[in-house]
Ligand binder design. Sequence first.
Ligand SMILES: CC(C)(COP(=O)(O)OP(=O)(O)OC[C@H]1O[C@@H](n2cnc3c(N)ncnc32)[C@H](O)[C@@H]1OP(=O)(O)O)[C@@H](O)C(=O)NCCC(=O)NCCSC(=O)C[C@H](O)C(=O)O
Ligand SMILES: [Mg+2]
Length: 292
Amino acid sequence: MIRPRRSLLFMPGSNARALEKARLLAADGLILDLEDAVAPDAKAQAREQIAAAVAAKGFGHREVLVRINALDSPWWQDDMAMAANVVPDGILVPKVSSVEDIATIVSQFAALKADPAIRLWIMIETARGVLHAEELAAQAQNPQTRLAGFVFGPNDISRETGIRMLPGRSTMIPMMLNCVLAARVHGLVALDGPYSDIANVDGLGAECAQARDLGFDGKTLIHPGQIDACNAAFTPPAADVAQARAILAAFERPENQGRGAIQLDGRMVERLHAEIAKKTIAIADAIELAGR
Ligand SMILES: CC(C)(COP(=O)(O)OP(=O)(O)OC[C@H]1O[C@@H](n2cnc3c(N)ncnc32)[C@H](O)[C@@H]1OP(=O)(O)O)[C@@H](O)C(=O)NCCC(=O)NCCSC(=O)C[C@H](O)C(=O)O
Ligand SMILES: [Mg+2]
């Protein structure tokens, strides 16, 4: 069953008000952050608040990820221990750059005897991470890694490399595509990074549409005001869903059973389009099932 992942909203674990609001928001998922949105002095308190929020449950269909601190920080092991206790849907590990990083996380899962239901998500946000994206994604072939998806991190890439984040994202597109392609080869979910200009509604809409067109499954967000536009961009339009159903119905007809290509409403349709149609319908059904 496909899970809708159009919109995953970051919120600082130190912000009690944000955590409280999380259960009412229309986001498909929530990323409770212990890393960059939380100051060093607030890490312990944020960890406790996230533990209490996840343990209290009540998030409905929303997927809940906890972003832990990076593996070179003094906090990540305590963060993982907390996650192992309260069992979110997944942990999101920032700045993962090598297969060895994933092995370190897997060892820690094992040491904690962490519930296998906790999936692993990694941020692709270092130069090495981008260059090794396919090698990292291939780790999903080993079930012990629990690897479920990538989250693209343009801010850290820009910080490390000097590659600038420009309107239209021309400088980021090659890296974004590398991330999406690596994810697709190994069956992972790929989520785009956040858009920081909270007040710029048109800019957000354009970036969501671009992320969708580049193949991302959804986008990470930083403010509740961004959720509706993001959901709209990643929801298959009703006309596309109707067309997808028509394609499947056409291939079901007895006269088309043995055919690879048919004509539908004046257009050539092949069985590969039926595969695309099945995915469109699965996403639309999952969104409907989630009641959003
Ligand atoms: C950016 C913010 C600090 C702005 O906060 P604020 O000034 O409080 O905004 P508003 O006054 O407009 O807030 C209105 C109400 O909405 C709630 N709110 C705000 N943001 C969130 C949120 N993210 N989740 C849930 N609720 C939120 C406020 O509490 C207000 O509520 P109310 O009191 O009822 O009116 C803030 O938006 C924020 O902290 N955003 C998240 C920042 C974050 O998590 N950053 C880390 C992820 S991005 C990243 O790491 C980059 C990546 O790794 C890379 O490298 O690219
Ligand atoms: Mg980052």
